[in-house]
Design a protein around this ligand. Structure first.
Ligand code: SAM
Length: 257
């Protein structure tokens, strides 16, 4: 039986962490309830106790099938939009082996959707699209996708909203998620947000001063955690402020850092 088909790793893990993985049939039935979102390349999914990614992997497969239909004939387009599909998936788990497997598995699903260089083959019966072409710089895009999963699938405690160590103890480090948005052409906008600020711990819109390394240059300064929405013409709506903003970068360079 493949690892992903086993629902239980050990009795201890079930007892200590409630770890029982959801079977594929239930995953599909639940995702069918939000079918349109699973087939929307831009829709964001966060699984706060993601395990090895049973839900996230299926969402990725569905999004990749859409990418293949729309962009499957062009290597560059498929790479760009399948990369963007990857950026929309977020997960947190408290067990280091689950996080590692989840990242690896999502990457494998993305990579499996490509065939040999510039060869087009029909979609496979397993639902993973295979055979869309690769561009000459496929290796850089692969590195970028790996980096996205490193940043989006995090080892942490979804209840305290802090990162944890390998023994599942809370660290004094907040969980931070990255928002990736295509700005223009291949240029990517990348901003970081603290999970606790996004959820605002139930006190919606409460403004506090926090110390952020806003431009990623090692200089921390005080900023408010909420700001007026620049897209709100009446300037009444508050939205979470980023804790870090990166300069625009070609999306396929993300893995170079
Ligand atoms: C019932 S399993 C579900 C896994 C996955 N969502 C699925 O459906 O296959 C619960 C998962 O939550 C994780 N977990 C338990 N406590 C957690 C916490 N405080 N923060 C993050 N993850 C946690 C466990 O390691 C386990 O992988």
């Amino acid at each position: 039986m493949a690892d992903e088909e086993r629902q239980i790793k050990s009795k201890e893990r079930v007892r200590e962490r409630g770890e029982v993985f959801t079977a594929a049939r239930e995953v599909n039935a639940m995702l069918d309830l939000v079918k349109d979102e699973t087939e929307n390349i831009d829709a964001t999914f966060l699984e706060p106790a993601c395990g090895t990614g049973n839900f996230l992997d299926e969402v990725l497969r569905r999004k990749l099938a859409v990418c293949q239909k729309r962009y499957g004939k062009s290597a560059a387009d498929y790479e760009k939009f399948s990369f963007l599909a990857c950026t929309t998936l977020y997960g947190v788990d408290i067990m280091a082996d689950n996080v590692e497997r989840c990242r690896e598995r999502l990457y494998e699903t993305w990579e499996a959707s490509f065939g040999a260089t510039h060869r087009t083959v029909a979609a496979s019966a397993t639902g993973v699209v295979t055979g869309v072409p690769r561009s000459d710089f496929h290796d850089r895009v692969s590195a970028a996708v790996k980096k996205v999963f490193e940043k989006n699938i995090l080892l942490g405690n979804a209840l305290s909203m802090k990162r944890v160590d390998e023994k599942q103890n809370d660290l004094d480090e907040p969980i931070v998620f990255t928002e990736w948005k295509l700005a223009l052409g291949d240029k990517l906008k990348r901003e970081e947000y603290r999970f606790d600020v996004l959820l605002d711990q139930g006190k919606k819109g409460q403004v506090q001063e926090m110390s952020f390394d806003l431009f990623g240059d090692g200089e921390t300064s005080s900023h408010v955690n909420w700001m007026v929405d620049p897209d709100d013409p009446e300037k009444k709506r508050m939205i979470p402020a980023p804790s870090k903003v990166y300069p625009l970068i070609d999306y396929w360079r993300i893995g170079d850092e």
